[in-house]
Design a protein around this ligand. Structure first.
Ligand code: M6R
Length: 596
């Protein structure tokens, strides 16, 4: 996710900007840049890749004012040209922007008619030219006039070559002002400025501020001045990185309303909008390849793609595929799914598919990773950095992205539009937030089962992969043996394991197969197994049979894996935490498996 830092004061701006950017690295980015003001001139330096690339290209300067940015591509490729800051044509105004300018095409057309030449493919550049258009001698006024024309979201910082001030504005994308002694700061997030000040002002939507080294003034965009509360930050930098959560895994579970929103951003408005550089009508089959948790999302992807598009889908472990002689051709689309974008087996499988002329697409979280660079086209998950070894938010973003992809493919094939699915996707983040309030109850259930030696997870249809994922989460962080099975397979073997010591987690939310799940529950009950049921509202039959129930909000069956995995992530987390295990770094596991 993009990050902003700005400085105005008596110290050298560049080291402050660079350190601030480094503190925002955890958000993920694909390029970085800064503008400083010196002797009535603006100097801008931008680089693709890591902040250290930017650092290598910096020259000494005596500037005391500057703005800087880490970019996370939404519109336009992650390259130097598209990196921020963006400047106007005579290099007198520079801006950094987080958010999306939805009407940028219309505004661009308007400015182009007036002779403005654009140099990037971003929506953000429009802001530099618009502010320039309105600039007479008042930067704040020009910014307000520009923002009046803008539809969309922004966290914005602007400087001008002659003015000793930074103008900032916010709508839908966070911005804070940090207050110092003869110096002030702006940032998209507290860590960027915390080493300099703990006194911050949170801008609200539709507010604009003029910041000088010894003063600041905040206005509503309608012109009325606003008295802002000054907040004292009480956390340490280390705590903020975990955002007050005991473990990164728990923080990442709680981030899912936001990570899902980020996966959607700019992609689903009235319609679905993914940029794919192949013609779906030339594709006869889709092959999904991945490892671990990403393989589980691939299994869900098969259900989604086949249901929405009627295209046949195969799923394979990347590690198996790479050593087979798969029959593929240019009529196949191979989709690789990977959080890290660096998994060795997935990379090798991708190369094999490419060698057989298959078209390729990646669903990747880490921008600029090897797999992301190897695929013909890609969909970034934009889940933000996932630090806990157990993948959580990346999984739900993968499933969501597969749902978006299925909608896009169906659109490409001129199949009927699933408006119900698009509408439901939009409200999913709220439903996830609603569910996360159940956490205390899940910890109580975890206390009951933390000493169990085995667990069985059962689900059907699109929720069978969720059973696999629940079992994997528990195994990898609690070291309890767990198996995931399609519920109907239980009677073909695992039923022999059921006794009073066997907890069985049923994914029993509403579906066409609900009656069949109930009869599987009865089979477990009559053998004294302990039932934990994941269910929707008011399901009396389930309540009668289950020892413990966890209620998740209703959603469409296509999206139910996203809701249903949440209690399983939390159950695994709490069991592992109660056992005193280092949840973020369980034994023998690495976050990204770059060797075979
Ligand atoms: O980075 P990837 O998605 O390619 O990683 C694949 C697996 O290594 C990963 O999902 C692993 O199974 C996780 N530890 C699961 O929580």
């Amino acid at each position: 996710m993009c990050g902003i830092i700005g400085y105005i004061g008596e110290k050298e701006a560049i080291p402050i900007l660079i350190n601030g950017l480094k503190k925002l690295e955890y958000r993920g980015y694909d390029s970085a840049g800064l503008t400083i003001q010196n002797n009535s001139q603006l100097s801008t330096i931008k680089k693709q890749g890591k902040i250290k690339e930017l650092e290598k290209n910096l020259k000494d300067s005596k500037s005391k004012i500057g703005i800087a940015h880490t970019r996370w591509a939404t519109h336009g490729k992650p390259n130097e040209i598209n990196a921020h800051p963006h400047i106007n044509q005579n290099n007198s105004i520079s801006i950094v922007h987080n958010g999306i300018i939805e009407n940028h095409n219309a505004l661009k057309e308007l400015l182009e008619k007036e002779g403005v030449k654009f140099s990037s493919n971003t929506d953000s550049e429009i802001l530099a030219h618009l502010i320039s258009k309105f600039y007479k001698d008042d930067l704040e006024e020009a910014t307000i006039k520009a923002l009046e024309l803008v539809e969309g979201t922004y966290g914005l910082a602007v400087i001008n070559k002659d003015k000793e001030e930074i103008i900032v504005a916010r709508k839908g994308s966070p911005l804070i002002i940090g207050l110092g002694e003869h110096e002030n700061f702006v940032a998209s997030d507290v860590p960027a400025i915390l080493e300099h000040t703990k006194r911050v002002i949170y801008l609200d939507d539709n507010e604009i501020a003029k910041i000088k080294k010894d003063s600041y003034k905040v206005k509503h965009i309608n012109g009325n001045y606003v008295d802002k509360e000054i907040h004292e930050i009480k956390w340490s930098l280390d705590k903020i990185e975990k955002k007050g959560f005991k473990h990164f895994m728990l923080k990442e579970i709680y981030e899912q309303p936001l990570s899902i929103k980020n996966a959607l951003r700019g992609r689903l408005t009235d319609n679905i909008k993914l940029n794919l550089n192949f013609d779906i009508n030339e594709i006869q089959r889709i092959i999904l390849l991945a490892c671990g948790t990403s393989w589980h999302s691939a299994l869900i992807g098969k259900h989604l793609i086949e249901k929405l598009t009627n295209i046949p889908v195969e799923v394979d472990y990347a590690s198996e595929f790479r050593y087979r002689n798969p029959v593929i051709s240019e009529k196949d689309l191979t989709i690789v799914i990977s959080q890290s974008g660096e998994t060795a087996d997935t990379l090798a499988a991708l190369k094999k598919a490419k060698s057989k002329k298959s078209k390729t697409l990646g669903l990747i979280n880490v921008v600029g990773s090897t797999i992301a660079r190897e695929v013909d086209s890609g969909i970034y998950l934009h889940a933000g950095p996932e630090i806990g070894v157990a993948s959580t938010k990346a999984f739900t973003s993968q499933v969501l992205s597969l749902a978006l992809l299925s909608l896009q493919l169906a659109k490409g094939k001129n199949l009927p539009i699933r408006q119900d699915l698009m509408d439901e996707i939009k409200i999913l983040p709220n439903k996830i937030s609603e569910f996360l309030k159940e956490d205390t109850k899940i910890r109580e259930i975890a206390k009951e089962f933390k000493d169990s030696k085995n667990f069985l997870y059962l689900g059907r249809g699109i929720n069978f992969p969720v059973a696999l994922e629940g079992a994997l989460k528990l195994k990898e962080i609690s070291y309890i043996h767990a198996e995931g099975y399609p519920a109907a397979e239980m009677k073909h073997g695992p039923i022999a394991l059921i006794d009073e010591n066997m907890p069985v987690v049923f994914i029993a939310t509403k579906s066409d197969l609900s009656p069949k799940i109930l009869s599987n529950m009865q089979e477990v009950k009559s053998r004294n197994g302990k039932i934990i049921a994941i269910k929707n509202d008011n399901d009396y039959e389930i309540k009668k049979l289950a020892d413990y129930t966890i209620k998740v909000p209703d959603t469409l069956e296509e999206l139910s894996p996203i809701m249903n995995v949440l209690p399983l992530q939390l159950l695994a987390y709490h069991i592992a935490d109660l056992k005193g295990i280092d949840v973020d770094k369980p034994r023998n596991l690495a976050k990204s498996v770059t060797v075979e």
